[in-house]
Design a protein. Structure first.
Lengths: 200, 200
DNA sequence: CGTTCGATGTATCGGCCCGATACATCGGGC
DNA sequence: GCCCGATGTATCGGGCCGATACATCGAACG
């Protein structure tokens, strides 16, 4: 999961670890708060040994007197990571992958979704529908619990189930909206933004 | 986290691994789908070596001719786990703990919440308020992203943020309701259940 | 009556990721 | 002149997951 996220960010611009973590946090903030350095650095080393990224500033000897890279604080003891050509291929390959790991975990789905702008439409649709299926299964499970085993559970457990069920129903509705948009060929919200009654 | 969950379930009744996993799945289904055996069995062994649980049916030589335990399929190659007196103390100790690990992760909060019926009111309140604080922080983070960096993000990333923000706002409202109930001394929903307009 | 198949049941292994921790350096405020 | 908070790199132990491997029981099907 981290692999895809890192390659995606380095695809936009070279960066060092600290900056990478911050970007990761804002871009994926909806699904996880912050990525741990205990995950980040080992993953960076793995990506490096796999040849997807390289260590060291890319235009160290700049062709023209430019810092095309908007100088992302490459000062001090920095180690700047740059994606390689193979890394870009790898990124595309991971982007198109739509296996169970893409639907099952919040994080997995979130990362893929965050890069939807660079994913081809067919894959987008497959991922959204796969995700919807999983969430629906989850929802059915909770409905069963609530209808069949309600009397055997205490009030708090029940309330937890209700809240979970509500969240699932909401996510399914969200996904259906997105799927409809995909089929129409419209991008998510920007056209239909700020319509008067979104919450009801 | 698993430790608390397992002790809590074994507190209700002795069980073997398979059954334990099923109960875990339904009781915590709102926050995680299923616990992996790769977590369950090692944890059971740890709990055993710590003395919180013992292996083997508890009323093997039943005092009176009873299966007080509602015969939870203790057939075949089963290994039935039973909580010890020390385990019960440990359970109470974990129940009262309300550190960061209790608020931060979905799973951590979910497990504690699932056993609220056996948690003392003061701890319940502390946990709910701690959780609310975390979710509010998360919410503020996403609001900042949406207001300050909106133009730098693509439509999909934006939509992800919006959805995340919505979920946070919803959870905060849910928590506030629960907190209000706690202060009134009312149990969650059962009194106010099936009021006509819950969703709006 | 035999076989197959799905539910029940126990267990391990490699790997991802997290939280805690340890440093070291820079810029600015007191 | 000194300290402190933001920046920055890095490791270690441990929890939990997904895949996998078995083995047994009951029922269905030929």
């Amino acid at each position: 999961m981290l692999e895809l996220a890192i390659l995606g960010l380095l695809h936009e611009s070279p960066m060092h670890g600290y900056e990478l973590r911050k970007q990761l946090t804002t871009k994926l903030g909806a699904f996880r708060f912050a990525i741990s350095y205990g995950s980040l650095y080992p993953t960076l080393r793995r990506l490096q040994s796999d040849g997807w990224i390289t260590e060291g500033a890319p235009p160290a000897n700049a062709p023209a007197g430019t810092d095309e890279v908007p100088l992302l604080t490459s000062k001090r003891g920095r180690v700047v990571y740059t994606i390689t050509a193979e890394g870009k291929e790898r990124f595309q390959e991971l982007l198109s992958a739509a296996g169970p790991e893409t639907y099952d975990s919040e994080a997995g789905f979130g990362v893929h979704f965050a890069f939807f702008a660079r994913t081809d439409p067919a894959t987008r649709l497959r991922i959204l529908e796969g995700r919807r299926r999983r969430v629906e299964e989850r929802r059915e499970g909770m409905r069963d619990v609530l209808s069949r085993a309600a009397e055997r559970l205490d009030a708090y457990t029940l309330e937890l189930q209700r809240h979970g069920l509500d969240a699932c129903e909401r996510e399914v509705r969200w996904l259906e909206e997105l799927i409809a948009n995909e089929r129409n060929g419209t991008t998510p919200q920007p056209p239909s933004a700020q319509d008067p009654e979104r919450s009801s």
